[in-house]
Each structure stands twice: as structure tokens, then as C-alpha cells.
Design a protein around this ligand. Structure first.
Ligand code: GUN
Length: 282
């Protein structure tokens, strides 16, 4: 039976840390402020945004909520981002993804000042990660690194397999694990023998968006399994990319869904807001 990695509990601890850091920054005259931009009326996105605003309140971070209609133009959003870049009350900018399909998300992400890029999506942030330089890291993989460290999962010399190659999770995850001397394989939709590759993993990170894809016999006994999925099964129930009940008896440690990676991603955002405010105060 696997150790269940308690993302929810660890995230609460991280928010308490962030709250302390925010209080210290305020005493030094630095007031962190997060702008959250939501375009359109996607219900899941609206829910995520509400949670992030609630987290800000808990941590003592001022939040500024910008809601734009689904037909907002590219120029309108770019202008908003530029205004936020120039606004000293705003120390972090988050544009909730996905954006409506008529918008160019890459151009909008690039318009965000790298100093305020609390999502870590800007090419400068990703470039700094690849170069091994300090900077703002994408929240999901950064939160996963905190979990791995908290549970003393050894990384140096271990085989890490990442299923999924997104710019938000898979690619930055690969670089963060590489930075810690793991040996990395990145699998994706064109990968052959995926089950075999997963079985080679000491650390398996699954971020492909396919409900319960990873089965117990895909996992090496004792491996650490990190499930980034937020899927719905045939009955509409929330589940991950890992077949939890099946893998639980094989893995050494596993993250649940919900209560694993999700809360850590949000807590990492608070930590990034603190980091960004510090970077701008320097
Ligand atoms: N959509 C899904 N996850 C995220 C995230 O971490 N940040 C933003 N901005 N949008 C998202």
C-alpha cells in the first residue's frame, strides 16, 4: 500500500508560510498585489479564479479581479496587460487559461512583464529555468517538487518519466527534475510502448488529461506516482490520469485526486506572488 501524499495539508502549510512572508513584506513597505484576468464565461475557469482570489485573501495579498467578455479583442487584452505592467499596485499578473480561441494566447503571455509573471509561463521565465537561473517557475511542476522534497523522495540518479509535454507542466517538470539530477524521459501522444516506459520510472508524473490511463501493471513496485489529471470518468465523477485504486497497491507513494497536485498548484501561486513582489522591491 502506498503512502498517500497529502497535497491539501501541505498546501495549507505553504499558504501559512506565504501569509507570514506577506506580513513581513508589508512591514518593509512592500504590498504584494495580484491581478487576475478572466476572459469569457467558462465555468471551470471562473471556479479556479474564485479559488485563487480566496487564497489571496487568506494570505493577505491584495487581489484585483478583471473580467472581460468572451468577445474581448486581442488589443483590448494587450492594453490591459500593459496597464497592469505599469501599475505599481500590481506585483503579479495572471491571465487565466484557456483563452477563447480567437485570441493569441502566446502574444498575451509575452506581453506580461517577466517580473510579474507569477504563472511562470513567459518565455523569459521558461528560458531562465532551462538555463538554471533563478526566476518564477510554473506553479504545477514547482508544487510537485515541493511535495517530492517534503516526502524525502530521492531524485538524483533516479529514472523520472513524465507523461505529457505541455509548456505548463510536462516541459518545465522535465527541466526541474533534470536540475535535480534525475534521468528524464518525456512521453506523449506519439510515444510507443507507453506502459513499458512508465514501468521504468522511479518517479512517474502523469499530465496527459486521459482519465485513469495509468494502471497498476504500468507502475514499478515502490515507485512514486504524481497525478496531475483533473478528468471526468464515464459517470461524470472527478478523477485523475492514474487509476488510483489499481495503482495504490503497487506504488510506494501516490498523490490523490482531488487533494494532491491541485491545491499545491494554487499554494505555489501564492509563493510566486511573494517571490515576484520581492524581485520588484530589489
Ligand atoms: N489554466 C489551468 N491552469 C492554469 C494555471 O496554472 N494558470 C493559468 N493562468 N491558467 C490556467
Amino acid at each position: 500500500m502506498a503512502t498517500v501524499i497529502d497535497g491539501k495539508g501541505l498546501a495549507a502549510k505553504m499558504r501559512a508560510e506565504a501569509a507570514k512572508d506577506v506580513a513581513a513584506l508589508k512591514r518593509a513597505g512592500v504590498n504584494p498585489g495580484l491581478a487576475v484576468v478572466l476572459v469569457g464565461d467558462d465555468q471551470a475557469s471562473a471556479t479556479y479564479v474564485r479559488s485563487k482570489l480566496r487564497d489571496c485573501e487568506e494570505c493577505g495579498i491584495a487581489s484585483f479581479d478583471y473580467k472581460l467578455p468572451a468577445d474581448a479583442s486581442q488589443d483590448e487584452i494587450l492594453q490591459l496587460v500593459r496597464n497592469l505592467n505599469d501599475d505599481p499596485k500590481i506585483t503579479g499578473i495572471l491571465v487565466q487559461m484557456p483563452l477563447p480561441s480567437h485570441l493569441d494566447a502566446e502574444e498575451i503571455i509575452e506581453a506580461i512583464s517577466p517580473l510579474k509573471d507569477v504563472d511562470g509561463f513567459h518565455p523569459t521565465s521558461l528560458g531562465r529555468l532551462v538555463r538554471g537561473l533563478p526566476g518564477l517557475r510554473p506553479c504545477t511542476p514547482a508544487g510537485i517538487m515541493v511535495m517530492l522534497d517534503e516526502y524525502n523522495i530521492e531524485l538524483a540518479g533516479k529514472n523520472a518519466v513524465i507523461v505529457g509535454r505541455s509548456s505548463i507542466v510536462g516541459k518545465p517538470m522535465a527541466h526541474m527534475l533534470l536540475e535535480r539530477d534525475a534521468t528524464i524521459s518525456v512521453a506523449h501522444s506519439r510515444t510507443r510502448n507507453l506502459d513499458e516506459i512508465c514501468r521504468s520510472a522511479d518517479i512517474l508524473v502523469v499530465a496527459c488529461g486521459i482519465a485513469r490511463l495509468v494502471k497498476g501493471d504500468w507502475v514499478r513496485p515502490g515507485a512514486t506516482v504524481i497525478d496531475v489529471g483533473m478528468d471526468r470518468d464515464e459517470d461524470g465523477r472527478l478523477c485523475g490520469d492514474v487509476d488510483y485504486d489499481d495503482v495504490f497497491n503497487v506504488a510506494g507513494a501516490i498523490t490523490p485526486v482531488p487533494g494532491g497536485v491541485g491545491p499545491m498548484t494554487r499554494a505555489m501561486l501564492m509563493s510566486n506572488v511573494v517571490t515576484a513582489a520581492r524581485m520588484q522591491a530589489e
